[in-house]
Design a protein around this ligand. Structure first.
Ligand code: UD1
Ligand code: CA
Length: 445
């Protein structure tokens, strides 16, 4: 029977192997803190109540947890994973349903996988553990099964004998049970082991001893990678990127060199977009169908609409909106700038805090002077306007529809629609001046 769901997320460990002044669980994978990954995981499995267990003085972690809409429980001092879950007991008082324990340093688990653990509980299992078979079982806890295949207990590597160490099925750390049973079992856990800690994993043996059904749910090994060091963090990032590239290709996006394209957790790329090599998507990028992102572009907080073309070497910063069929070329940076349909900004340009109408053409080297050292100001360019090369638009300023700006102009006043604005010294010629100059310097004419 489906039951209400809760999650306890363990984040009280020190994470000393990261060698960082930032708490381990706030380090990011694909632009999202590992803690936020586990909270999102819990939520997508339908856990309404989420308790994050933090260490004392872990202000940054508890603030992050609160911001993510979770309750916070403090474990002080940290005496093991079982002890950590017990710290969440009062936060879960009155909760009647299934609780799953997640580790905040395991960012790659897919919702489907945890869903299967919850489903095992709904199906009558007393305790469900997410197991996996890593290439190298190393220091992971081992799931010890009886002759009938039932998981009888988990033994930590440090406490295991040789036969137990030879077991390939390992503990991912994810474990679920009814909240009532979980806390009852945890109350019986002792710390008479190699580490002198209260192990969460001991609840499996205790449940089996009580005649409760224990179930192992198998997880893909690449999902349960635990991050303990910068090397692990890089491995988690690489794994996320590899997985995402495969998914993006599967959805009908062309990636010419998938291994050189990097995504954030929230990148949206619609089918039939084409992404050339060496493109980086920061947070909040959307590429619509039929758009092309040429090589070496960096896109964050921006949308590239249908049929538009961006790059090579384009930088789109937050608030950039490249309209349908518009074209943004090399060495162009857009920030908080909307380009209308079919507008062109082909070379060497910075547009910030600007609105560019449909079909406008922005010449090479155009710059919006949007910042006066104190505030940002807006530039509005009407549809069909033509901005000559090397124009400086000193904001706030408006260029009317269909207006033309002569190259090299510094525009400080609004330009009426369909007018020509030229702001530069008049060109004059002094006949023969160069000959005189050369002679004066000792050359022949
Ligand atoms: C744990 C499991 C092991 C499993 C492995 C998977 C136990 C006893 N062992 O070992 O079976 O194979 O994870 O990665 O559970 N934490 C606290 N408070 C504590 C101790 C830990 O909140 O007192 C948190 C840590 O921040 C971390 C998680 O619990 O998020 C796991 O702790 P860690 O010490 O890394 O466990 P492992 O030794 O890796
Ligand atoms: Ca760990």
């Amino acid at each position: 029977m489906p039951q209400p769901r809760a999650a306890v997320i363990l984040a009280a460990g020190q994470g000393t192997r990261m060698r960082s002044s930032t708490p381990k669980v706030l380090h990011e994978v694909a632009g999202r803190a590992m803690l936020a990954w586990s909270v999102a995981l819990a939520r997508s499995c339908g856990a309404d109540k989420i308790v994050v267990v933090v260490g004392k003085d872990a202000r940054a972690v508890s603030d992050a947890a609160t911001q993510l809409g979770c309750e916070v429980a403090v474990q002080d001092p940290p005496l093991g994973t079982g002890h950590a879950v017990l710290a969440a007991k009062s936060a879960l008082a009155g909760f009647d349903g299934h609780a799953v324990v997640l580790f905040a340093d395991t960012p790659l688990i897919r919702p489907d996988t945890v869903e299967r653990a919850f489903a095992a509980l709904d199906d009558g299992a007393g305790v469900a553990v997410l197991g996996f078979e890593p290439a190298d079982p190393g220091s992971y806890g081992r799931l010890v099964r009886g002759s009938d295949g039932v998981v009888e207990r988990i033994v930590e590597a440090k406490d295991a004998n040789e036969a137990e160490l030879a077991i390939g099925l390992c503990n991912s750390g994810v474990l679920g049970a009814s909240a009532t049973v979980l806390f009852e079992l945890l109350a019986e856990v002792k710390n008479d082991n190699a580490k002198g800690e209260y192990y969460l994993t001991d609840v499996v043996g205790l449940a089996h001893g009580r005649g409760l059904r224990t179930r192992a749910v198998l997880a893909p090994a690449d999902e349960v990678l635990g991050v303990n060091s910068r090397t692990d963090l890089a491995a988690a990032e690489a794994s996320y990127q590899a997985r995402t590239r495969a998914e993006v290709l599967e959805r009908g996006v062309t990636l010419r060199a998938p291994e050189t394209v990097f995504f954030s957790h929230d990148t949206v790329i619609e089918p039939d977009a084409v992404i050339e090599p060496h493109v980086v998507f920061g947070l909040g990028a959307t590429i619509e169908g039929g758009a092309v992102v040429h090589a070496f572009s960096h896109i964050a907080g921006a949308v590239v609409r249908k049929g538009a073309s961006v790059g090579p070497y384009t930088r789109l910063r937050p608030g950039a909106d490249v309209g349908e069929g518009a074209k943004v070329g090399n060495f162009v940076e857009l920030k908080k700038t909307r380009l209308g349909k079919g507008a062109k900004v082909s070379h060497l340009t910075y547009l910030g805090d600007a609105e560019v109408g449909d079909g406008a053409n922005i010449g090479a080297g155009t710059i919006t002077c949007n910042y006066d050292g104190y505030s940002k100001h807006k530039t509005i360019i009407g549809p069909g306007a033509f901005i000559g090369s090397d124009t400086a638009l000193v904001a706030p300023v408006t260029v009317g529809a269909g207006a033309v700006i002569g190259a090299g102009s510094v525009i400080t006043k609004d330009v009426p629609a369909d007018a020509l604005a030229v702001v530069r010294g008049k060109q004059r010629h002094i006949d023969g001046w160069a000959i005189t100059f050369r002679r004066k310097n000792g050359d022949e004419a």
